[in-house]
Design a binder for this molecule. Structure first.
Ligand code: GRG
Length: 296
């Protein structure tokens, strides 16, 4: 059987995700309409859908159930979208552009943006709770997503990030911040995808986690490189903000060339972690390449 080319597979997952998200989000006309419209504005029609792609790729590796996979992917994307809405608010990064559009607090207002994030977070857990199938597996997935999103994961990383502005971080402190802020949700995406199928054994879990850790960090290193080198139109968000905001980044600590080399090394680490899975891990391998080679 000839495999679907990677680009086509990416487009299929992205467009399937759009349909699933559109169905799982409350209709824009339902009261309170302004909040629902803003939630759909924040989530639909934008973003690379990297986390859903990771969920699907890991799911394919484990012959996952399609419905559970779609809901797990949607749940992670809703958490991600909520984090972007809150991150862009004046009390955090204060940004006006996201996914090539005005940010939610600019398009609507600050209170709406706060509620959009809160409601998206709840909607994410609802999507996962109603995934069906074995209740103990659902519970495991809910715990995984909660841990990755909360103070031991994404929110904790964001707190360290906010506290680090204008300070000097060592490379290991920077790495720890990113392992939490962006890495935790990317790792959870891989594990959630795997849990949608035959539950991985300890060795498989360890291999997947090593892959996800490398990819999660590579994603951030590339993000820092792009912030320093790409333009706002290409990125769909304000470029060059890290330097303006005096934020410690891989580029500020290592410089551009060493950061690029680190991203390549992490890509190799990710590939190596997948060796035990052979050709079945092709999509995860291709995604590691995409994450390191992306231009936006
Ligand atoms: C506010 C609780 C809270 C957390 C915010 C993830 C995050 C934590 C903030 C985002 C800020 C940021 C620019 C982080 C750098 C890496 C990152 C997550 C970029 C955006 O993710 P992409 O590139 O975005 O996957 P798209 O739009 O493609 O989904």
């Amino acid at each position: 059987m000839t495999a679907v080319p990677f680009d086509d597979w990416v487009r299929q997952v992205q467009s399937g995700m759009e349909d699933v998200l559109a169905t799982l989000l409350p209709p824009a006309a339902a009261a309170p309409a302004r909040l629902h419209e803003a939630m759909r504005y924040a989530v639909l029609d934008g973003g690379k859908r990297v986390r859903p792609l990771l969920v699907h790729a890991a799911g394919e590796l484990h012959d996952a159930d399609r419905n559970t996979l779609a809901r797990a992917a949607a749940a992670v994307e809703m958490i991600h979208a909520y984090s972007l809405v809150h991150d862009d608010m004046p009390c955090m990064d204060d940004d006006a552009l996201r996914r090539g559009k005005p940010t939610v607090h600019v398009k609507y207002d600050e209170a709406t943006a706060l509620l959009v994030g809160d409601a998206l977070q709840a909607q994410a857990f609802l999507a996962l709770a109603e995934a069906g199938g074995d209740p103990s597996r659902t519970l495991r997935m809910l715990r995984l997503l909660a841990q990755a999103s909360g103070s031991a994961g994404m929110c904790g990383g964001q707190a360290i990030d906010l506290a680090s502005v204008g300070t000097t971080l060592s490379l290991s402190e920077l790495e720890q911040m990113h392992r939490l802020k962006t890495g935790a949700l990317l790792r959870a995406s891989v594990m959630l995808g795997a849990l949608c199928g035959q539950v991985p054994d300890a060795a498989e879990s360890a291999a997947l986690d090593a892959y996800a850790a490398a990819v999660g960090l590579a994603f951030q290193v590339v993000d820092d490189v792009l912030d320093a080198t790409a333009d706002s139109q290409t990125l769909g968000k304000t470029a060059g903000k890290d330097a303006v905001d005096n934020k410690p980044t891989y580029v500020s600590i290592l410089g551009l060339e060493e950061s690029r080399a680190l991203a390549q090394k992490l890509r190799e680490d990710a590939h190596r972690a997948l060796l035990p899975f052979g050709d079945k891990a092709r999509r995860l391998r291709e995604l590691a390449d995409l994450i390191v080679q992306r231009k936006a």
